[in-house]
Design a protein around this ligand. Structure first.
Ligand SMILES: Cc1cc2nc3c(=O)[nH]c(=O)nc-3n(C[C@H](O)[C@H](O)[C@H](O)COP(=O)(O)O)c2cc1C
Length: 350
C-alpha cells in the first residue's frame, strides 16, 4: 500500500478521515473542513442512542448536504436502540454508522458503552448485527482501542475484532492505545496510554479481508503516508482540528485529485464568511461556528492576532464581515511588523 493515488485504494472511503470529537466536530466544523478537503470522510461527534430516541432528532442529526461523505457516530449498547438509530441515520442520509467502543469517560461507562464495550465483544457483535439488519445500504463500522486497563496482549484486540467481524462488521477504526477506565480523564486517556501502532498493523495482516484504519497521534502527511503502507486508512483527530490548513493538500496527495479544493486561505475564508452570514440570517450566533475555524491562518505571521480578534467577546454583536475586516487588518499589520523585525516573527506566527 503506497500513498500514490492508486485508484483502487483511493476508492476506499476510509483512506483518510477526521475523527469524531465531542464538542468539536459538529456540523459547523464539518462544513469548514469540507472547504479544505472534498474526499476525506468526516465523522460527527458521538451521539447517544438515548439522545436520538428521546431527544430533539433534528438537532442531533441534521447536517449540510455539502458534508458528504459523513458518518454518524453512535454511543450505546442496547442492540434494539442501536438498530433504531442506525435506521434513522440511513433515512437522514448518513453514509455510515459508526459505533463508539473507545470512549473512556465515566459518564459513558455509567451508561455501559464506549470503551468498556471492548470487554463484551458478543454484545458489540449483537449490536452490529441488529444495526446491519436495520439498514439497507450503509456500512456499520466500529471504532475501538487496542485494549482496556492493563490488558496488553494482542490476543484481546484480535478476539474482539474477530467476534465483531463474525457479526458482519467489515471496517474497524483502531485508536492505537489502551483506554484506562480507572484514574485517567478522557483527555489523559488520549495521551498517556502508550501508542502501539504495531498491534494495528498486525490486525491488518491477520484480517486482510477487513478494512483496518489506524488512529492516534498521527500528525504529518508523511506519517499518514507511512501508515498507509500498513493499513487501509488513517483517522486524524486533533491535528486536523488545530491545523486545518494541512488538509488542503489531502485530496491531491491521498485521493489523486489534480487540484486542491481551494486556491488559498483567502478563498476558504471567503466561502466560510458566506456560511457565517447564513448562520446569522438563520438567527444563530456566528461565534458558535467560528470557533472551529480559528486555526485557519496558523503557521503564518499574524495568525495569532487574527485569532484574537475573532475570539474577542466584545465583537460578538458585530456582523461576521465587520469582524473579518478587523481580523484581516490585525493579521496583516502583525505580519508586516514580523517582516520588519524577524526576531519577533516566531511568537507572532505561533
Ligand atoms: C475534544 C475531543 C473529543 C473527542 N470525542 C470523541 C468522540 O465523541 N468519539 C470518539 O470515538 N472519540 C472521540 N475523541 C477521540 C478521537 O476521536 C481520537 O480517537 C483521539 O483524539 C486520538 O486521535 P488523534 O491523536 O489524531 O487526536 C475525542 C477527542 C477529542 C480531542
Amino acid at each position: 500500500m503506497s500513498d500514490s493515488p492508486d485508484k483502487s485504494i483511493a476508492r476506499s472511503p476510509w483512506r483518510l478521515s477526521v475523527a469524531p470529537m465531542l464538542d468539536w466536530t459538529d456540523r459547523h466544523c464539518r462544513y469548514f473542513h469540507r472547504l479544505l478537503t472534498r474526499h476525506t470522510l468526516l465523522y460527527t461527534e458521538m451521539v447517544t442512542t438515548g439522545a436520538i430516541l428521546h431527544g430533539d432528532q433534528p438537532r442531533h442529526l441534521d447536517f449540510n448536504e455539502q458534508e458528504h461523505p459523513v458518518a454518524l457516530q453512535l454511543g450505546g449498547s442496547e442492540p434494539a436502540d442501536l438498530a433504531a438509530c442506525a435506521k434513522l441515520a440511513e433515512q437522514w442520509g448518513y453514509d455510515e454508522v459508526n459505533l463508539n467502543c473507545g470512549c473512556p469517560s465515566e459518564r459513558v461507562q455509567r451508561g455501559a458503552f464506549g470503551a468498556c464495550l471492548m470487554a463484551e465483544p458478543q454484545l458489540v457483535a449483537d449490536g452490529v448485527k441488529a444495526m446491519k439488519d436495520a439498514v439497507n445500504r450503509i456500512p456499520i463500522t466500529v471504532k475501538h482501542r487496542i485494549g482496556i486497563d492493563k490488558i496488553e496482549s494482542y490476543d484481546f484486540v484480535r478476539d474482539f475484532v474477530g467476534t465483531v467481524a463474525e457479526a458482519g462488521c467489515e471496517v474497524f477504526i483502531v485508536h492505537a492505545r489502551n483506554a484506562w477506565l480507572q484514574g485517567l480523564s478522557p483527555k489523559e486517556n488520549r495521551d498517556i496510554p502508550p501508542l502501539r501502532y504495531e498491534l494495528v498493523h498486525q490486525l491488518k495482516r491477520e484480517f486482510p479481508h477487513l478494512t483496518i484504519a489506524i488512529n492516534g497521534g498521527i500528525k504529518t502527511d508523511d506519517e499518514i503516508a507511512e501508515q498507509l503502507r500498513h493499513v487501509d486508512g488513517v483517522m486524524v483527530g486533533r491535528q486536523a482540528y488545530h491545523e486545518p490548513w494541512q488538509m488542503i493538500g489531502w485530496d491531491q496527495r491521498f485521493f489523486g485529485e489534480a487540484n486542491p479544493p481551494a486556491a488559498s486561505r483567502e478563498a476558504v475564508e471567503a466561502l466560510w464568511l458566506d456560511y457565517l452570514d447564513r448562520q446569522v440570517a438563520a438567527g444563530r450566533p456566528w461565534s458558535q461556528a467560528m470557533r472551529h475555524a480559528l486555526g485557519l491562518w496558523n503557521g503564518l505571521p499574524g495568525a495569532r492576532r487574527w485569532r484574537q480578534v475573532w475570539s474577542d467577546h466584545k465583537l460578538k454583536a458585530l456582523s461576521p464581515r465587520e469582524v473579518a475586516a478587523m481580523a484581516t487588518q490585525a493579521r496583516l499589520t502583525a505580519a508586516e511588523i514580523a517582516s520588519q523585525h524577524p526576531a519577533f516573527q516566531a511568537p507572532v506566527s505561533v
